[in-house]
Design a protein around this ligand. Structure first.
Ligand code: R5P
Length: 306
């Protein structure tokens, strides 16, 4: 069975192949002079179940490349396409907050379905609502087990888990439970406008505590740096961030550099380009979570020893 991948997930695809025994699918991607994407599959996929690994972070060409790859698989009569979409972009518009807005999360679901996807495996979606836009099975995996193991090994003492907003509360509760650190602290976040985050003071005592702030993604890093500033003001000690998707757009890297965050723990659902490598950023791999999932779903793949 083949695992095809788009340019966004080359390294992750190689890791998954090593762990599962799937074969790497061969695709030629090229661009026409005007930027239009060309794809040609080099393997025979007629009647086969195939896997595709991709990620839909910016630019939008990443989405198009993924759709075009699936369209090529469909035209070549692949029987069943299972898409592993490590970061599901365009998901934040999942409800109509103002008249005149679109539901981009639904649009993405419709596009993927139209391109021929039969089943989706993804990580830490922006919200519960996103899954409901799909008419095909969606399995949402969590990076939380990776963070839990990481912090267990670190053996922090006198620490609490923090949710930077109510949206992160379920994750914060799960991590607290796993690490045995008692109820998490929840911050109150407001967004006066897109990409701007204000975090209110917290009532719960964080003074002299080490803190682990958990979230689904770091985009502009506005949320976490505002939260860290408030928590530090209230006497917090070392602050660690655990966030699944390193979107890291716009001012994010500069903000992280300047902030007093001790460590940022993230994953390779989005590859980190060289210019975004910072000493305080640690990247954990989701490859094993994906390969376990493929085996658990009884895709007839034997997991190889690590
Ligand atoms: C909230 O809606 C999300 O869980 C993240 O907190 C948010 O997307 C992070 O964005 P930024 O880093 O730009 O504040």
């Amino acid at each position: 069975m083949y695992l095809f991948f788009t340019d966004t997930n080359k390294d992750l695809a190689k890791k998954v192949v090593r762990l599962t025994g799937l074969k790497l699918g061969q695709v030629e991607f090229k661009k026409f002079s005007d930027g239009e994407i060309y794809a040609r599959i080099k393997n025979k996929v007629r009647g086969e179940k195939v896997f595709v690994l991709g990620s839909t972070f910016s630019p939008a060409d990443n989405i198009l490349q993924l759709l075009i790859l699936m369209s090529a698989l469909k035209s070549n009569k692949a029987k069943n396409i299972v898409l592993i979409i490590s970061y599901f972009g365009y998901a934040r518009q999942d409800w109509l907050s103002k008249p005149g807005e679109p539901l981009t999360a639904k649009l993405m679901a419709d596009l993927l379905r139209a391109a021929g996807v039969g089943r989706i495996i993804t990580f830490d979606l922006h919200s519960k609502a996103v899954k409901n836009f799909f008419k095909i099975p969606v399995r949402e995996l969590a990076a939380l087990p990776l963070f839990a193991e990481y912090f267990k090994k670190k053996q922090l003492n006198n620490f609490k888990v923090v949710a930077p907003d109510v949206g992160a509360l379920v994750k914060a509760r799960r991590l607290s439970k796993f690490l045995g650190s008692g109820p998490p602290v929840v911050l109150k976040k407001i967004r006066p406008r897109h990409n701007v985050a204000r975090v209110a003071q917290v009532k719960d005592g964080v003074k002299d505590k080490n803190l682990i702030l958990i979230d689904d993604m770091i985009d502009t890093a506005g949320t976490i740096t505002a939260a860290v500033a408030v928590l530090k003001k209230q006497g917090a000690r070392d602050i660690y961030i655990a966030a699944t998707h390193p979107v890291l757009s716009g001012p994010a890297i500069e903000r992280l550099k300047k902030s007093s965050i001790k460590e940022v723990i993230t994953t390779n659902t989005i590859p980190l380009p060289k210019e975004k490598h910072l000493k305080k950023i640690k990247v954990l791999s989701v490859a094993e979570l994906i390969s376990k999932e493929l085996v658990n779903f009884k895709y007839n793949i034997q997991r190889r020893a690590l």
